[in-house]
Design a protein around this ligand. Structure first.
Ligand SMILES: Cc1cc2nc3c(=O)[nH]c(=O)nc-3n(C[C@H](O)[C@H](O)[C@H](O)COP(=O)(O)OP(=O)(O)OC[C@H]3O[C@@H](n4cnc5c(N)ncnc54)[C@H](O)[C@@H]3O)c2cc1C
Length: 488
């Protein structure tokens, strides 16, 4: 609790931002600095709500009312200590989490939620500024060696936890730099890459080894890993994108969203893109197919690269603006979300089926043929769509980005070689994060399916507990050390 009357004194507010017209001139984050009073007043809005539902809204079980109270009192050091009890990387979640905690904030029943995500970011940035964030060097080493494949948030969280109790961890990453989708998917205007570099440096100083440009099994095979390491954690992410196999799919100008975003993120960071042919959008009409985070990131990136027009289409119906009976408080609501990228300019349409990619010259994309649809539920509650007669039209465009989500992890090569069993959705099957193979574990999107950074961190933390128990049995320390949602 901040101030028992705080929510009556102060309205919810978040820092001012650079105007859309200005911020699309660069790829940097665009939030303006805010004053100390602004931050402590926002924290004061946290009420004495009895049962803090925000705890269960956050997959990590962040101690939200406690750190809000510390911020309200100006005790930033205490707030930082409380925050890192449950979250290894608040500088990531404080920037890009959709904040399920805010959706379950008790205040949000009839007022605007406490601005928890902003407070979280303020705490961790204050801690960095004051040099309170130090490498977490263990006092002793256990002699156990662990390989983690994949340096996304799941692999990083597990590495941080396992190293902290003395295991020696090597993270194998096929890309040139660590971070997974934090670095190669999410654009800098949401998360500048210096923020990831700052954290990786601390992890290296704590003793974690990063073996970059190392793809398993191409650069090190499965036998060698099994021989050299006491446990292996697979955190390779969910990387097989959903395709749209309709007429004209082979035309030039149709790309998976991740190809576009990765290439641009590499350029912004000064990394030479692996894909030589640049995907350009300057002065072009762009269509983004898919209404989620990835689609939104394509919009923000296309605006910054000078696209003439951007249209985002989504097959599902337009969500309602407020909560509905299907997702009452404190559940995560399926509502219309307008991202900062949407604010920067684009047309959005829902209930649109793409029927064909069209071309004037038979080689290059010149438009997409779409039709409007309606969705109806049958007696069993299953939804299906019907085309609206005579609603077909062509949207002229020379670039299409397919942003319709990811199906499952790539099986061939690494998972296949280890003999890993999959679940019915073709994600890695585990029990308590352990796969069907001795000493091999899995966490993050590779196990759970495409998800969120906050869930990847939670999975990494939980998998680390299981690995520690597996290696150390009664001497395992992480289960006591780790404060987690399910322990609260
Ligand atoms: C464009 C985009 C935007 C997103 N925006 C948000 C957002 O705003 N907020 C949010 O919460 N979530 C967002 N997400 C989702 C979030 O990024 C993921 O849920 C999260 O990164 C998953 O973490 P992970 O560690 O499981 O996997 P990843 O981040 O995918 O990392 C997997 C890593 O494993 C490496 N790897 C794979 N196979 C091998 C191998 N054989 N050998 C060596 N290395 C290997 C990969 O190179 C990669 O670095 C977004 C996703 C995308 C695609």
């Amino acid at each position: 609790m901040g101030d028992i009357h705080g929510f009556k004194k102060f309205e919810r507010s978040t820092p001012s931002v650079e105007s859309p017209n200005e911020r699309i001139k660069h790829f940097k984050e665009f939030y303006n600095e805010s004053t100390e009073d602004f931050k402590t007043n926002q924290a004061a809005r946290c009420m004495d709500c009895g049962v803090p539902f925000c705890h269960s809204g956050c997959p990590l079980g962040n101690l939200i009312p406690d750190f809000n109270e510390a911020v309200h009192k100006g005790d930033w050091k205490l707030a930082y200590e409380l925050l890192i009890e449950t979250n290894n990387f608040p500088e990531f979640t404080g920037r890009i989490c959709p904040a399920p905690c805010e959706a379950s904030c008790v205040l949000s029943i009839n007022k605007d939620a406490v601005s928890i995500e902003f407070i979280e970011k303020s705490i961790i940035e204050t801690a960095f500024k004051n040099e309170w964030v130090k490498p977490d060097v263990p006092l002793n080493r256990t002699g156990k060696v662990i390989a983690i494949v994949g340096s996304g948030p799941a692999g990083l969280a597990a590495a941080d936890q396992l190293n902290s109790v003395g295991h020696s961890v090597t993270v194998f990453e096929k890309s040139a730099k660590a971070g997974g989708l934090l670095r190669y998917g999410i654009p800098d205007f949401k998360l500048e890459k210096s923020i990831i570099d700052r954290r990786i440096k601390l992890m290296e100083e704590a003793g974690i080894v990063f073996s970059l440009n190392t793809e398993i099994p191409i650069d090190i095979n499965q036998e060698e890993l099994l021989e050299k390491f006491d446990a292996i954690l697979l955190c390779g992410g969910s990387s097989v994108p959903r395709n749209l196999n309709i007429k004209g799919r082979e035309l030039k100008g149709i790309h998976y969203a991740m190809d576009f975003l990765t290439q641009n993120n590499e350029r912004v960071s000064g990394i030479e893109p692996k894909e030589k042919e640049e995907i350009k959008v300057f002065a072009e009409n762009v269509v983004v197919i898919g209404g989620g985070d990835t689609g939104s990131d394509c919009i923000g990136t296309s605006n910054r690269l000078g696209a003439s027009s951007i249209t985002q289409i989504e097959i599902m119906p337009m969500p309602s603006e407020g909560r509905t009976d299907e997702s009452p408080w404190p559940l995560w609501p399926q509502i219309l979300r307008t991202s900062s990228s949407h604010e920067e300019g684009c047309e959005r349409s829902w209930s649109i089926l793409t029927e064909e990619f069209v071309s004037e010259d038979g080689l290059n994309l010149s438009g997409i043929k779409i039709v409007e649809i309606t969705w109806e539920a049958d007696d069993t509650g299953n939804f299906s769509f019907k085309k609206i007669p005579h609603s077909e039209k062509i949207i002229p465009c020379t670039k299409v980005f397919l942003a319709m989500g990811f199906l499952y992890p790539k099986f061939e090569s690494m998972l296949e070689g280890f003999g890993i069993a999959l679940d019915e959705k073709k994600n890695v099957h585990t029990q308590a994060y352990k796969t069907n193979q001795e000493k091999i574990f899995s966490a993050g999107d590779m196990r759970r399916g495409q998800s969120l950074v906050v869930w990847a961190i939670k999975e990494g933390r939980d998998a680390a507990i299981e690995i520690d128990k597996y290696l150390m049995q009664e001497e395992a320390k992480l289960v006591q050390k780790t404060r987690n949602a399910f322990q609260l």
